[in-house]
Structures are given as C-alpha cells and as structure tokens.
Write a protein that binds this ligand. Structure first.
Ligand code: SAH
Length: 344
C-alpha cells in the first residue's frame, strides 16, 4: 500500500518511548511495541492487542508499519539463491539477496539506492548515486524476507547495493536494531559490514568499538592499480587504508576480512599475489577472501581457471587464512557486484 506516512519499522526503543511520552502513554508500552515490530514481526495495527486502543488509533493515523513494498522474488536455477526486489517510499527500487548454504542462510542487504563510488567492475556503480536508505528501509529488507521464507536467517552481510560507510549513521543504527536481543536478536558476529575503504569511517567504527564484523574490499595491490578500478583510492590511499585496517584489528582485537575481486589481466598476476602477502603481512588478525569476478556488462572478465589456480597457489605461503568465494546466483545477476535496478 502506498503511503507517505513515517514507518514504525526503523524506530529504536528510544524513538518508540518518545512516541509514548508524547501521547501520555506509559513508556513500558514502547517495549511492547518494540516486541511486536521486531520480535513478533507483525504487519497489522490490529495485532497490537496488548496496547491501549487510543495509542493504536494514534499510531494508525500517523504511521505505517513497513517502509518497503515487496515487488517480486527471483530464484536462481539451483534454488540456492533468491533475489528480492522492493520499492522504497520514494519509489526507488532496491534488491536484497538470500543465499542458502546448508545450515547457513545469509542475507545480503542494500544500504543505498545506487552508489557514488564508481568502482569500475561493479554493476551498481553504473546507476550512480540516488539516495541513502533509512534505518527502517535497511531493517525491513530483513523483516519482509524473513516472513516470506520458512527458515531462520543466520547471517547478515551489508554487501548489497551501495557503500555502507557513506551512509554510516543509518547503517550502524540498522545493525543495532538487527542485533537488539529484545527484537531480531542477530549476534554481533553474524552481522558483517563491508566497505570499499572509507578511512574516516573505519576509524570511527574502531573508536566507537562497534562489535559487528568488518570487511574491506581491497581489490588491488598497488595504489595506482587500485586507483584505476576504485576511484575512492584517490582520497583514501592504499597505505592509509592498510594502516587504518591494522589499527582496527589491534584496537578491537578482532578479525578483519579483506575481499579481493579477481579481475583478468588487471590484478590476477603472481606478482599481485606476492604483493598481497607483503601488504597484509603485518596485520595479525586478517583473512583474505578471493572472489573471482562475476561478469556484468562492463569491460572486465574472470581470469581462466588455471590463472585463478596459480594465484591461489601462490597465496598458500601467506601467514593469514585465504579462502575463495564462488558467488552464488550469478544466473539471476545476484552475485557480488551484479546488483543494479532500473526504473524502466
Ligand atoms: N561498497 C561495499 C559493499 C558492497 S560489497 C564494498 O565495496 O565493500 C560487494 C563486494 O563485491 C565487494 O567486495 C566488491 O569488491 C565485490 N564486487 C563488486 N563487483 C563485483 C563483481 N562484478 N564480481 C565479483 N565481486 C564484485
């Protein structure tokens, strides 16, 4: 249903307390409301059956529950990956991806409509930046999808459309809502936020001791090479990014994942693999996740199997754990970096 009303989903407990106070309703009601929204995942004002009638009438007149409207779901042929399309209140389209891997069910959330970073290999970049998602629009991807599937979502990754750290406040607020043990109750370590390398926000994340997992998309082994494919490097130099990464692992004493999209004849040489080992050598608690490029209609290609194999072999001598991630759902353009929607 189209509505311009503010949504209740996205409000923190404090936000709900404020609504109660403004309406002369005791603040314990806010906890009940929080429970209905995030734990019981209700879709209808009539469901709030332990709240005073006047409060329900007020909420109904001023608010809607969900900020998103479900548009459609698309299944990959393997049925292991589903892509969900939603419309925001402003009419923009966003996608979320659900990946099933035995007992692990991972939901990949979008944080912005489009993206400003212009990474040369990523389909979302082609849309340009349209708008930031609100905390409600981010959390609602989880709530709407969890209602549509008959499984428990076990992990959340902020790796869909957009750069989470260019929408820092809303992303962190949504991550705390996903974590809140009185609501959705997703453990800190089951929530991963991925950034293309916005150093000031990595520093803020470190300073504020956020407990969510952090991933950094590295994708290059020299400043020049990285700058050519990730223009964010112009203002966030590779050495400084590595320095901020090192400080994060030391100060938080937690593991950091570096992602590395492998692009044919761009960053896939044996020299790149050697340089990677050197670059990350000093970062004691890091892992490297190599992602063979998923084709979009851009200029890049995935390296041949033999090239991927030699690259991975070279990395065997690295002092840190190295994994390879074969993206799921590439047949429905739901793989890493393939998310893009048009209004047409
Ligand atoms: N902007 C954030 C969040 C997006 S995460 C970030 O860059 O981290 C998406 C991940 O997929 C990133 O690691 C990105 O480098 C990777 N990626 C982008 N396009 C890709 C493609 N076509 N194939 C494989 N991985 C890609």
């Amino acid at each position: 249903m189209k509505t311009d009303k503010t949504s209740l989903i996205g409000k923190s407990l404090e936000g709900l307390v404020k609504i109660c106070e403004d309406n002369d309703v005791k603040s314990f009601r806010a906890k009940q409301l929080f429970n209905w929204l995030y734990r019981n995942k209700v879709n209808d004002f009539d469901a709030f059956n332990n709240l005073p009638k006047e409060l329900i009438t007020f909420l109904r007149s001023e608010y809607c529950i969900h900020p998103l409207t479900f548009v459609r779901a698309t299944k990959s042929t393997s049925e292991l990956t589903n892509k969900f399309l939603f419309k925001t209140q402003s009419g923009a389209l966003i996608e979320s991806v659900l990946m099933n891997d035995d007992d692990r069910v991972t939901l990949c959330l979008s944080t912005q409509v489009g993206c400003a970073l212009d990474c040369k290999f990523c389909a979302t970049a082609k849309m340009g930046f349209k708008e930031n998602l609100t905390p409600g629009e981010i959390v609602d991807q989880y709530l709407m999808i969890s209602q549509k599937i008959n499984k428990q979502i076990t992990n959340i990754v902020f790796m869909g459309m957009g750069e989470p750290f260019l929408n820092y406040r809303n992303v962190i607020k949504s991550a705390h809502l996903l974590h809140n043990p009185n609501g959705i109750n997703m453990g800190y370590k089951r929530i991963t936020i991925s950034t293309a390398g916005v150093i000031s926000k990595i520093e803020k994340f470190t300073k504020e001791k956020e407990k969510f997992k952090l991933a950094i998309s590295l994708n290059g082994t020299t400043n020049e090479q990285r700058k050519a494919i990730m223009p964010i490097t112009k203002k966030n130099a590779l050495v400084d990014l590595l320095d901020a990464s090192k400080k994060y692992t030391e100060q938080s004493n937690t593991w950091l994942t570096f992602e590395y999209v492998l692009l044919k004849e761009c960053n896939d040489s044996i020299e790149d693999a050697s340089r990677l080992i050197k670059l990350l050598y000093d970062i004691k608690k890091c892992k490297l996740n190599v992602i063979p490029y998923n084709e979009t209609d851009g200029e890049f290609q995935r390296p041949d199997q033999s090239k991927i194999h030699s690259f991975m072999s070279k990395l065997r001598s690295a002092p840190f754990p190295v994994t390879i991630r074969w993206s799921k759902g590439t047949d429905i353009d739901a793989g890493c970096g393939q998310l893009a929607v048009s209004d047409s």
